[in-house]
Design a protein around this ligand. Structure first.
Ligand code: UDP
Ligand code: MG
Length: 139
């Protein structure tokens, strides 16, 4: 995957609250092109693998329960400087610390349930995109 791509998930809380359309509108208006996208639901094994880096953290069990409780929107996004610019667009992990106008400030309820995922590096964007999509699903 090119380094101008990032990977996102609109997490179960955002889907449950009916925020898919508003969040996708904000992503598009911020200059990201959708390369791949689907509504899907992760299994426990999927979430344990996807968030494997956090497996020793005290919140890991809650994170897996949260991320598997309902459907998510998974997507690959393209833009110059995609990883960094998307992290700026979503805001801090804890919505209480997120800047005004960021997706997490607008749509996230708490540190645990924070509406949206964004890759933290080009390397992880490629790994995370490939976790959810085959080459035939990327445009
Ligand atoms: N998380 C949590 N408690 C914490 C830190 C993180 O429940 O103290 C959850 C939260 O949903 C977060 C995810 O675990 O988005 C992954 O954490 P990370 O530190 O990678 O934050 P992110 O990269 O999503 O901003
Ligand atoms: Mg992270």
């Amino acid at each position: 995957m090119a380094t101008n791509r990032t990977f996102t998930m609109l997490k179960p809380d955002a889907v449950e609250k009916g925020h898919i359309g508003a969040i996708l509108e904000k992503i598009s208006a911020s200059g990201f092109r959708i390369v791949a996208m689907k509504l899907t639901q992760m299994t426990k094994a999927d979430a344990q693998s996807f968030y494997g880096i956090h497996k020793e953290r005290p919140f890991f069990g809650e994170l897996v329960d949260y991320m598997t409780r309902g459907p998510i929107v998974a997507a690959i996004l393209e833009k110059d400087n995609a990883v960094e610019d998307f992290r700026t667009l979503i805001g801090a992990t804890n919505p209480a610390d997120a800047a005004e106008g960021t997706i997490r400030k607008m749509y996230a309820a708490s540190l645990g349930e924070n509406a949206v995922h964004g890759s933290d590096s080009d390397e992880n964007a490629a790994i995370e995109g490939a976790f959810h999509f085959s080459g035939r699903e990327m445009f």
